[in-house]
Every structure is written in C-alpha cells, then in structure tokens.
Design a protein around this ligand. Sequence first.
Ligand SMILES: *Cc1c(COP(=O)(O)O)cnc(C)c1O
Length: 225
Amino acid sequence: MSESAVENLGYVRGQIEKAARGAGREPAAITLVAISKTFEVEEIRPVCAAGQRVFGENRVQEAKAKWPILRAEFPGIELHLVGPLQTNKTKEAVELFDVIQTVDRAKLAAELAKEIQKAGRAPRLFVQINTGAEPQKAGVLPEDADAFIKQCREIYSLEIAGLMCIPPADEAPAPHFALTRKIAERNGVKLLSMGMSADFESAINLGATHVRVGSAIFGSRPKVA
Ligand SMILES: *Cc1c(COP(=O)(O)O)cnc(C)c1O
C-alpha cells in the first residue's frame, strides 16, 4: 500500500507539472499539499521518505498524534490545517501547524491573533471562502469576503496570505475556482489553495498555488460523516 502511495505521488507530481505547463505556468509555482487525514504514520512515512514535505490534516487532535513523530524523522515538514478550527483548539493549532487554511470568522481571527502573540510563532493564514454558500460547509460567504479580509488585517493585524475553497461536490468546480481567484485579486491576496484529487488540473489552470491532494496519493478513505 505504501509503495503504491509513493508511485501515486510520482504520478500526481507529473500531472501537476503537465497541467502547469499547459497553463503556461512554472510547475514550481504550485505546491502539492498531500492530505494525509485518516492515514497512519506508517502509511505517511514512505511518502516523506520519497521527498514530499508539505502535508495537510483536517483535525487538530489527529495531527497532534501523528506529526511530532514524523517531524522528528524528516526535517523541513510543512503542515497545513485544512479542516474547520474550533476556537478552543486555536492554541494547539498555532503551535502545531505552519499554515492554517480555514480562517472564516471574527471570533477565530481574534483567538488566532491572541495565540500568535503569546506563542511568538505565526502560521501563515488563508481565509476559507464558502463559494457555493453551502449551509453545512465552513467558510466566509463570497459577499462577505472583502469585509472579512479587511477586518482580519485592520482589526486583528493578521496577515492574510491566501484564500482556500472547496467547491460543492455536485457542481462543476471551475466557476468556484474563478470566483475565489477574483476575490483574491481584488483584495491583494497572493496564494490560492484550490483543487483536490478530482479537479486539481482545472484549479491549476485557474491559478491555484496550492493543490490539496489526498486520495489520489494515499488511496480511498473510509467514508466518514
Ligand atoms: C480531504 C480533503 C482534501 C483531499 O481530498 P481528496 O479528494 O482525497 O484529494 C482536500 N481538501 C480538504 C479540505 C479536505 O478535507
């Protein structure tokens, strides 16, 4: 299984490179975030050994159980939080993650500002946009994005490095990627985390700087709610 994850990694890297060249972009401008949620340290280790250094997890507790072990073995790991962050886990998240991609409300921004100050360590922050306005999904509504980014910057003195979106599962993703890019451009936000296993090529075509690829590398996950 882990051998195939390493093979899959090589394949995904090739596809990213192809998509980048097809879009007239440098492959090096796209960061592959390998989403290792639900997979065990033993399954992730070979992927680290194959040279992958940027990973994403969706739960603070799970990341805390797995990544200190792998960080001790592999220098230069960059860990992204791609799942919703509860305010009572902000302190742990600031200590554990290098990038938090899911900033989406004032209360969380306030907590992050406080914990970053205390820790003297600042993860890079992305604002999550709920481009499909799905009630069950985290993220700021597109129409509230400009005001929220301004609030993060001016009220909480947070640097917003990027935007992230997860298009609705049953819709064509391209319009959601395009909308996210438009919001980033008009707010002077540089990085774009968009595209997953099924649609990272389209996301690269529309300007993604970070693609979040899980199952295409690690295989399918057990279905969870
Ligand atoms: C699980 C997850 C991914 C990876 O999805 P795949 O379809 O397995 O590539 C990407 N982004 C987020 C936010 C996720 O939770």
